[in-house]
Design a protein around this ligand. Structure first.
Ligand code: KIV
Length: 259
């Protein structure tokens, strides 16, 4: 997979993207054949136990990008730029985006609309592909006041359309639309020539993305926009509980486990 192929898929074939945070999730995701692996800063909530993505650092992102690359040597990997790694100056943004590529990502993703167009332009001119992210932008949770579906008012719809155009003009190769009404996500998708990849943004985006742990049932929350394909949390809990019981009852190790 490469960005040219991703752009060509728009309107022809749904693009599949899933988050991966470590070596095993990366191996599973790449073996499944999904088109794009996203080392999302959602790793802050999902694997590091923070209550938002705001505390996630560049150092943490780089450790996880390296692990995901080791698990999927051939995959197209997007590295999420964490809070305050790109907002301060174009120079800082290029430096941090470059570190992500050196760690193994093929491109970076950053949150925000027209106000970040210049920074995106500068990152792209340094040879680094950028995926945009509009709609609900988790790094701005303190400003947005919670998980709110975007595009519900005329003002919000107009801003999304303006932002999408600005990101396309700045050189983004695709845009994530998170928690956007289906109608507005469709309108945004039809208004740009680059693919949109939705999460909680309905059926008309050019692709879909979900969090790995939500898909396999390792996370505990229930979200309307998620489809859970297995109950891995229960399977793991039962396995660990059974192991503990076996040791307590002197069932493990047994004859076949000894040397
Ligand atoms: O960090 C993440 O997992 C994301 C997805 C929700 C798109 O940005």
């Amino acid at each position: 997979m490469n960005i040219r192929r991703i752009i060509e898929m728009k309107g022809k074939e749904p693009i599949t993207m899933i988050t991966a945070y470590d070596y095993p999730s990366s191996r599973i995701a790449s073996e499944s054949g999904v088109d794009i692996l996203l080392v999302g800063d959602s790793l802050g909530n999902v694997v590091l136990g923070y209550d938002s993505t705001v505390p996630v650092s560049m150092e943490e992102m780089l450790i996880h990008i390296k692990a995901v690359r080791r698990g999927a040597p051939e995959a197209f990997i997007v590295g999420d730029m964490p809070f305050l790694s790109y907002e301060i100056s174009p120079e800082k943004a290029i430096e941090n985006a470059g570190l992500m590529l050196k760690a193994g990502a093929n491109s970076v993703k950053l949150e925000g609309g027209e106000e970040f167009a210049e920074i995106i332009r500068r990152i792209v001119s340094a040879g680094i592909p950028v995926m945009g992210h509009l709609g609900f932008t988790p790094q701005s949770i303190n400003l947005l006041g919670g998980h709110r579906v975007q595009g519900k008012t005329a003002e919000s719809r107009a801003k999304l359309l303006r932002d999408a155009k600005a990101l396309e003009d700045a050189g983004c190769f695709s845009i994530v639309l998170e928690l956007v009404t289906e109608e507005v996500a469709k309108e945004v998708t039809e208004s740009v020539s680059i693919p949109t990849i939705g999460i909680g943004a309905g059926r008309y985006c050019d692709g879909q993305v979900l969090v790995f742990h939500d898909v396999v049932g390792l996370s505990q929350g229930e979200f309307k926009f998620v489809k859970k394909y297995a109950d891995t949390y229960r399977i793991m809990l039962e396995s660990v509980t059974q192991y503990k019981e076996d040791v307590k009852n002197r069932i493990f190790p047994s004859e076949k486990n000894i040397f």
